[in-house]
Design a protein around this ligand. Structure first.
Ligand SMILES: [Zn+2]
Length: 338
């Protein structure tokens, strides 16, 4: 991947609030590599979410196949690693939120991985140059800092066959190819497109439409019905819908959830829908709710981590059902399981 690339950086900051505390950081001494954990969610969709300032979480920069988008100035703190974890203090003598830039890779859905990855690699190399950091020792995975809760960015990288070591090699190569002009010549790209995001607290016809989709899909809104007010009941229904359809369970209706709602078959509220195929292979190294569901189906303790035991159990399941025995849950195996 050692190409001499150059990209524009878009600085489109969110306003002060829960996601942007607008506090100066304590000087940048390392970089934390993340992925959004949310297949198909673009840089601007993430910006729209954090711009609502509903969560005390954020990162400085979101990168997809189209844009490198800084939503928090690099001299400010962003909340991207839990303060209670201690690994950052041990490895880097300080908390990531106070000393590190958080960079999120967007992936999945219609995002072209190669394009997003090139930008991600280049941007992290650019940060190493900007803050006089060593790409081989000063870039750390979120999963290294918070191993009990996080799997990023390896979760995204591994899906596309990139290991952490290869990623660091790519960043290092890109870093050595930077010349002065790469880091000075940063042009803001055109202003953002509007991204629909409907969530708790919103009101109006669009909310009402969403509530009707939810009811149609069998999600109960028995207390308030389609009243046009996005309250707790609607939020819980959205989360339930997202869980059942294998979407990121954030209770927010963005383009992906909306598309799924529109396509969802009509169901009576008593009948829980079958678990739909998540849209990608589920295999060794994966984690999460889909893995738990698979583990239940193949009688493995459901810890949500797809390891060798789960793989072997999937293999025997496939052999019992006359499926191709590869230990990978693709659409065919999935549709027999669920
Ligand atoms: Zn992360």
């Amino acid at each position: 991947m050692a190409e001499n690339l150059k990209y524009a950086i878009t600085r489109d900051y969110i306003s002060k609030g829960k996601s942007r505390p607008q506090e100066k950081n304590n000087g940048i001494t390392f970089i934390v590599a993340h992925d959004t954990g949310n297949a198909g969610s673009t840089a601007y969709a993430n910006r729209a979410y954090f711009a609502k300032n509903v969560v005390s979480a954020s990162a400085h920069t979101f990168i997809d196949d189209d844009v490198i988008l800084e939503i928090i100035p690099l001299d400010e703190k962003a909340w991207h690693v839990r303060y209670v974890v201690n690994t950052d203090n041990v490895l880097f003598n300080g908390d990531a939120n106070d000393h590190a830039i958080g960079v999120e890779l967007c992936w999945g859905g219609s995002i072209t991985f190669r394009e997003a990855y090139s930008r991600y690699v280049w941007y992290i190399a650019y940060l190493c140059d900007k803050f006089k950091l060593d790409p081989e020792s000063d870039v750390v995975a979120h999963s290294t800092l918070d191993p009990t809760r996080r799997t990023d960015p390896q979760n995204a990288l591994n899906r596309y066959g990139v290991t952490w070591a290869e990623f660091i090699r790519d960043v290092t190569a890109s870093y050595h190819l930077l010349d002065g002009s790469d880091v000075i010549d940063v042009i803001p790209t055109p202003p953002p497109k509007n991204v629909l995001l409907i969530s708790y607290g919103d009101r109006g016809d669009e909310v009402k439409r969403i509530q009707n989709y939810l009811i149609n899909a069998g999600m109960n809104l028995q207390e308030y019905g389609a009243d046009g007010i996005f309250g707790r009941e609607t939020e819980l229904a959205v989360k339930k819908f997202q869980r059942l359809y294998g979407l990121s369970e954030d209770g927010i209706v963005g383009p992906i959830t909306l598309a799924a709602l529109k396509k969802a078959p009509k169901r009576p509220s008593s009948q829980a829908p079958v678990r739909p195929y998540p849209g990608h292979y589920v295999m060794i190294g994966d984690r999460g709710k889909d893995v738990e569901a698979i583990q239940r189906a193949v009688n493995v303790k459901p810890d949500g981590i797809f390891g060798p035991i789960t793989r072997d159990a999937v293999r025997s399941y496939q052999s019992r059902k006359g499926l191709l025995v590869d230990g990978i849950v693709g659409p065919k195996t999935w549709n027999v399981m669920f």
